[in-house]
Design a protein around this ligand. Structure first.
Ligand SMILES: NC(=O)c1ccc[n+]([C@@H]2O[C@H](COP(=O)([O-])OP(=O)(O)OC[C@H]3O[C@@H](n4cnc5c(N)ncnc54)[C@H](O)[C@@H]3O)[C@@H](O)[C@H]2O)c1
Length: 314
């Protein structure tokens, strides 16, 4: 299957992630079938998808008038067999449990064409283990999105033991529809982006627990400093530029001892320190001030869309 030939997509499991994927696929002009275990969950998903489409229209990403025609490209079913029959790509987003995904993969295998990619949204399950459940392990990849997939561009493609053709097809397809796919050659717990987030979070918590600064100020240090650059490029390119005309070579020359001394002093724990949750709760109260969660989330989403517009990702 060539990525350019993909017209019909099945979203198996239509919860938070499946519904968001479905809205994104619709916006990209694809025919989408959502599947979930009962009519009520499907109804909820249809409402969520409509909500996502409306919010994208309100933010000027799609015309408001296009919503009805996009909805016409959406079908739903409680049957996996029916959902995957004749589709060109499958995005699986059922519950994050091996035993559930096993049953789902087996059902998909008995009804879907075997020349198409089955991509699992799994945040933490091993691709190689999911592949063991499949009659066609070579066509299964993990295509891990960031929530919400109808907005955030990154998709981590974890190969496990997938065929190169399937990996390439998933990569080309996600790219074709405007995502930023990355390929993870070797499976590791947490894939790549979540590991990086976890490393940063550990140090942030440690700074708070050691009394170095407040929760509010740690967050400010990230959001108003390096975080602004991270929206544009990753740490390697940032430090390449940081070295001036000499690039990363010059950066190593100047900063290697400093980074090594910081690393020696940094947190290495792998269990949350006693009292850390309480400290974060207290600090977050101060950071939130008189704003409530909804207000902060709406502010975040609004600014995020504006940023993605500037970067031309929506
Ligand atoms: N929530 C996130 O932030 C996030 C981010 C990236 C990836 N993911 C991954 O996406 C997947 C789904 O997560 P979610 O947050 O949408 O969960 P969710 O609970 O919101 O949705 C899962 C859906 O799967 C359905 N389901 C359960 N068993 C099923 C079956 N046998 N057949 C079909 N559907 C079935 C459930 O009814 C539910 O609607 C997980 O693998 C998760 O790791 C989640």
């Amino acid at each position: 299957m060539k990525a350019k030939e993909i017209r019909k997509v099945a979203c198996i499991g239509a919860g938070t992630i499946g519904s968001s994927w479905a809205a994104y696929f619709l916006v990209k002009g694809l025919n989408v079938t959502i599947q979930d275990v009962n009519g009520e969950l499907i109804g909820n998903s249809e409402k969520r998808i409509l909500g996502f489409l409306k919010s994208m229209a309100e933010k000027g990403i799609i015309p408001m008038e296009s919503i009805a025609s996009l909805q016409n490209n959406l079908t739903s079913t409680t049957s996996i067999a029916e959902a995957v029959k004749d589709v060109d790509f499958i995005q699986e987003s059922t519950l994050e449990k091996y035993e559930i995904k096993k049953g789902v993969i087996e059902e998909i295998d008995s009804s879907a064409r075997n020349d198409i990619v089955l991509s699992s949204s799994s945040s933490g399950l091993l691709a190689s283990k999911l592949q063991e459940y499949s009659r066609y392990p070579g066509r299964l990849v993990v295509g891990h999105p960031f929530n919400p997939p109808h907005i955030i561009p990154l998709v981590e493609i974890i190969k496990g033991n997938a065929d190169e053709d399937a990996v390439q097809c998933a990569y080309d397809f996600y790219k074709e529809i405007g995502k930023v796919p990355i390929i993870i050659n070797k499976e590791v717990p947490g894939h790549v982006a979540n590991r990086i987030q976890a490393a940063l979070w550990r140090e942030s918590i440690d700074l708070v627990m050691n009394g170095v600064c407040s929760v509010k100020d740690v967050d400010a240090a990230v959001a108003f400093g390096p975080g602004l650059r991270w929206a544009l490029m990753g740490p390697n390119m940032i430090f390449n530029l940081g070295g001036g005309p000499g690039g990363i070579e010059a950066f190593f020359g100047q900063f290697k001892p400093a980074f090594e001394s910081w690393w020696k002093d940094m947190a290495t724990w792998n269990e949350f320190p006693e009292g850390s949750k309480e400290a974060l709760k207290e600090g977050l109260k101060e950071e939130m001030g008189d704003r409530d969660m909804q207000e902060i989330a709406e502010w975040r989403d609004d600014k995020l869309i504006n940023l993605l517009k500037i970067l031309k990702y929506v």
